[in-house]
Write a new protein. Structure first.
Length: 324
């Protein structure tokens, strides 16, 4: 994306082929589906009520941050909403454009927040205690394997799901259809034991590259200028979101008696993969962190469109409720 932004600012006429972005969405959908394994489902089902409350609070905090940016006219409503939603960054960027948002600004907001969250969580993990948190230190991370270690059969099945999701998603003519169809199909098939979602690293690299090209090549000097002007308020909204999510960690500490570091990593609005890596290095309850983070990604992907529409309506609706 950074390289493509450089070309975009330089005035290149290069453009990413549409089919590459469709394929990238389908692969990312399969990646999200691969995270939903039996261990995470068991953890989520055991404490589902508390996890639901915490996830709802996190999504509400993201919606509040997005509404604030839109109300202050820092960013258009749809862009502010998608950029502030605390879901998987790649999924939010891949979906946002088809729902009327500026994917370039959404990418900037999502990856800026991811950087800040990872840095702050790394620092905080050195200070917060993790009492008795080694109970799940050896839990397996989401099934993303290098090509040499991946099961060829399961990998081909996963590519079949991605192909089906890409074609069906486009035929259904729904926004971000390839991602949503691939994700839902992958979850159902994996839950039934028909497919073990397996993605080699080179496929993920190709998908992220396609997203990076698609977004980055659309950047221009005008966009960079707008990003620079909006940076202080975007940073303020980012820190507000991180603070609200940290406050929700106290719910887990008080109700489930989760150790502070596990609660903080579980509620942090960062990427699933980044939080998993920090969880492993910090010796916390990895299953619980992954359960909350994974369920939140699903919840944000599914609720993102109505939340974005609601924020747009609230910002543009007058006292009579009619759009201005």
């Amino acid at each position: 994306m950074v390289a493509a932004i450089g070309f975009g600012i330089g005035g290149t006429r290069l453009r990413s082929p549409p089919w590459a972005f469709v394929g990238a969405q389908a692969v990312i959908g399969c990646l999200v589906a691969s995270d939903m394994n039996a261990s995470i489902l068991a953890t989520a089902s055991h404490d589902w009520m508390t996890i639901l409350v915490v996830i709802s609070a996190t999504i509400a905090a993201g919606a509040l941050a997005g509404w604030s940016l839109a109300k202050l006219k820092v960013l258009p409503a749809a862009t502010a909403a998608w950029g502030s939603l605390p879901g998987g960054s790649s999924a939010m960027v891949a979906m946002s454009e088809e729902y009327g948002a500026d994917a370039r600004l959404v990418a900037f907001m999502q990856y800026l927040r991811l950087t800040i969250v990872v840095f702050s969580a790394s620092v905080i993990s050195r200070f917060l205690p993790h009492l008795g948190a080694a109970t799940a230190a050896t839990q397996a991370l989401p099934n993303v394997a290098p090509a040499a270690a991946a099961s060829v059969r399961e990998m081909l099945k996963t590519f079949g799901v991605a192909t089906f999701g890409g074609v069906a998603g486009r035929r259904l003519r729904i926004p971000a259809g390839p991602l949503l169809v691939s994700m839902l199909a992958g979850v159902v098939l994996q839950a039934d034991g028909l497919v073990r979602m397996t993605l080699p690293q080179w496929a993920l690299g190709a998908a992220y590259t396609a997203v990076g090209w698609h977004i980055g090549l659309d950047f221009s000097r005008d966009v960079i200028t707008h990003v620079w002007r909006a940076l202080p308020r975007v940073l303020l909204a980012t820190f507000m979101l991180i603070g609200l999510c940290a406050a929700s960690a106290w719910v887990l500490i008080e109700i489930l008696h989760v150790d502070p570091l596990t609660a903080y990593l579980a509620t942090s609005p960062g990427g699933l993969g980044s939080m998993a890596i920090l969880a492993v290095s910090s010796q916390v309850n990895i299953s619980f962190v992954l359960a909350v983070q994974t369920v939140r990604v699903f919840a944000v992907v599914l609720t993102g469109p109505p939340i974005a529409r609601l924020i747009t309506w609230l910002v543009h609706a007058g006292p009579s409720g009619r759009l201005r």
